[in-house]
Structures are given as C-alpha cells and as structure tokens.
Design a protein around this ligand. Structure first.
Ligand SMILES: [Zn+2]
Length: 194
C-alpha cells in the first residue's frame, strides 16, 4: 500500500525553510489580530507533529496585563492541548524576538526549537541583549533559527509604529487646537461676565 506523504513527520532539510515560512505566515496572521486591536503586532504559533496546537497574539493593552504576550498565550494553549507542561517535540514560531519573560517561559516549557521572524535590539533575549535560549548554564538549550520572513515581520512593526506616531501627532495637534479654543471661550466667558 502506498504511504501517504502527509504521514511523514520528519521533513527533509531543504523543505525546512519552506515549512518555517509556512508557519511564520500563521504567526503573522496572529500578529495582524493584535494590529487590528492597535496592539504592538506580535504573533506566535506552536507546532507539534505538523499541527498548530497553540496560537497567541499580543493583548497587553486590551487585557491591561503585562503577561499577555503572544508567546505566553500560545504556550498556555499548547500545554493545555498536550496536557503536559513539557512542550517537547514542539516548535515555537514568533514574529519578533522574545523578551526575557517569554524566553524564560520557553526554557521552562522545554521547547526544543524556536523560529524568530525579526530581531528586537531594544528588548530581545534570544541574541540581542541576552540569549536566554542558548545558555549553557541552564538545563535546557533551544535550537534557534532567526530571520524567517524577516522583512514581513519587521515591516508590520515599522508600519505600526509609524501609524502610532502619526496618530499621536494628530492627537497632540487636536489637543493644542482644543486648548486654544477653550482659552478663547474662557476669555469670552469672562469678558461677558465683566
Ligand atoms: Zn514576551
């Protein structure tokens, strides 16, 4: 009987980049959900045996929760799905280099492989400031791949921050305008009462 190719668990090395891009696109899809909520657009998926078992996107501001990072949500969901705190044989895909909290959680969850879209020079702990994923001193080291769909991932971040700056500029201009209008109205009010 002919074996279905989809049953193959291991992908050949030349196919790995294609697989990585495929799942990074799924992480980007999650990031777009954050973007739609005016959150910093970061998305994450966790893959086990060719299936996505955990998804997450940044919800820090909407949830008013400093722990609501994309990776932590995805890890929580994947652990629930596998009914185990150890996420062995899983690969985590994230659009932006993980912070110290999420890198710590990745090590705690014993995730063997992490794939990152773009780096985060100001806060990243998978090589930028520290590399918590590959420290010999810890009892777990991660196989790390970076730069998958890098331009798309960083492009989304740049667009988000550009739009944010424009919105803030507009808001400030409106505030100044309203403030000036308020002053005029106040002055008129006092003149009338005088
Ligand atoms: Zn984080």
């Amino acid at each position: 009987m002919k074996k279905r190719s989809s049953e193959k668990k291991e992908c050949c090395p030349e196919n790995k980049a294609g697989q990585d891009e495929k799942y990074m696109r799924e992480a980007l899809r999650q990031a777009r959900k954050a973007y739609a909520l005016e959150e910093v657009p970061i998305g994450c998926v966790i893959v086990y045996q060719g299936k996505i078992i955990g998804r997450g996107y940044n919800r820090r501001t909407v949830d008013k929760n400093p722990l609501a990072h994309a990776e932590l949500t995805a890890i929580r969901k994947a652990a629930r799905k596998l009914n185990d705190w150890r996420l062995e044989e899983c690969t985590l895909y994230v659009t932006l280099e993980p912070c110290q909290m999420c890198s710590g959680a990745i090590v705690q969850a014993r995730i063997p492989r992490v794939v990152v879209g773009c780096m985060n020079p100001k806060a990243g702990c998978a090589g930028s400031i520290l590399n918590l994923l590959c420290m010999r001193e810890f009892n777990h080291q991660v196989d790390l791949t970076t730069g998958i769909l890098e331009e798309e991932c960083s492009g989304m971040m740049k667009l988000f921050f550009r739009e944010l700056r424009e919105k803030q500029k507009k808001r400030r201009a409106e505030e100044i305008c309203n403030g000036a209008l308020g002053d005029v109205q106040e002055r008129q009010g006092t003149e009338e009462t005088e």
